[in-house]
Design a protein around this ligand. Structure first.
Ligand code: KG4
Ligand code: ZN
Length: 338
């Protein structure tokens, strides 16, 4: 099976050729990503209108490049797939219309994929991870703990009640004057900071279950900043380190609770989404897994953030599990829960 995939739900235009090869190293034949970070960074966040226009400008070139890099012709592609949602409507429409047009022109089947399912299954693209497994899915717009019981069989154990973790990283970075995206900026600044300087209370301390909340941490950070009359570079590093410390400790605490809530005796822990690139979060979860004798899986950093290979792989997983192709009338869905 060989798939051409398109991802354009936020600020990366990506196209990938993925195949169902038993040799894991050869599954991704190409994964071209055109990032728009340079366009949005000066605004401190993604401007949807600019994002959509930029997807439109570069999508043809990105697709051509992915076919060329993979060294396959359109004729050799068996399925065309694209992210149908959730995400920003303008970008999603560009990807969906392009993918449907190629499918129609080349007389190939089309498959609409849920972006979150793409993140959720990325680890299986890289490693042989058996289901069921427990996933922390943490990106710019989503935060949840999910028990993956089978393809299309996802049990949400808990999710954020307000902001996503990535959103909190982005907003705190903006408060500190660091560039967008906030996650990598905060992580870099935190290396030079004192993580114990600023005090935070742990969110939802008395609440049962593994839901999450990041808006209180965000507000506490704003208050810490407001109390300092002239913010020095060192103050910023210390705030970044203290913020990253509370977020990663809180995520670990909730992950432990999520693990206790799983219906089966889960041995595999997976983290996915852009925030899974965070070194401190990765380390804390890895240490917990080592202590508890659990298997820990995380995609390589470049596959944590948005990319089309994860969409192509989700299509392959769905087809292998007996799901049907989508019709060319498949809807673009800015809101699409798993
Ligand atoms: O999955 P993703 O690329 O896009 C969405 O589907 O949202 O995630 C993007 C998010 C951004 O909020 C970004 O700041 C965050 O992932 N992120 C990180 C790191 N790298 C990216 N957050 C924390 N630490 C990082 N190293
Ligand atoms: Zn994403």
């Amino acid at each position: 099976m060989i798939v051409l995939a398109i991802e354009s739900s936020c600020d990366e235009t990506s196209s990938s050729v993925v195949c169902d090869n038993i040799d894991c190293n050869k599954r991704i034949l190409s994964n071209i990503i055109n990032s728009q970070i340079h366009i949005h960074s000066k605004y401190g966040g993604v401007i949807p209108e600019y994002a959509a226009r930029n997807h439109l400008d570069c999508i043809d070139a990105v697709i051509n490049q992915s076919l060329k890099y993979a060294n396959v012709s359109l004729n050799e592609i068996e399925i065309i797939t694209a992210t149908a949602g959730p995400g920003l409507i303008g970008g999603l429409l560009v990807g969906m219309v392009t993918a449907k047009s190629i499918a129609l022109f080349a007389k190939k089947p089309f498959m609409a994929i849920n972006h979150l399912e793409g993140h959720l299954l990325t680890t299986r693209l890289c490693y042989d991870v058996e289901m069921p497994y427990l996933t922390l899915l943490a990106s710019g717009g989503h935060f949840s703990f999910i028990e993956v019981l089978g393809i299309g069989n996802y049990k949400i154990l808990g999710e954020t009640l307000d902001d996503a973790a990535g959103e909190a990283f982005d907003k705190v970075a903006k408060m500190l004057g660091f560039p967008y995206p906030g996650g990598p900026s905060i992580q870099e600044a935190a290396k030079k900071g004192d993580k114990n300087r600023f005090y935070y209370t742990i969110p939802l301390a008395k609440r049962a279950g593994c839901d999450a909340s990041f808006s209180g941490i965000k507000t506490a950070t704003r208050l810490h900043i407001q109390k300092i009359s002239e913010l020095t570079e060192q103050d910023k590093f210390d705030i970044a380190a203290s913020f990253q410390n509370i977020v990663s400790s809180f995520i670990l605490k909730q992950l432990k609770k999520a693990h206790k809530m799983t219906s089966s005796d889960i041995k595999n822990i997976v983290i996915s989404g852009g925030v899974a690139a965070n070194i401190e979060i990765r380390q804390k979860i890895q240490e917990f897994c080592l202590e508890q004798n659990l298997n820990y899986y995380v995609p390589p950093i470049e596959l944590c953030s948005d990319n089309a290979a994860m969409i192509g792989w989700a299509a392959i997983e769905r087809i292998r599990s007996g799901y049907c192709y989508s019709s060319l009338n498949a809807k673009t869905r800015p809101k699409w829960p798993l």
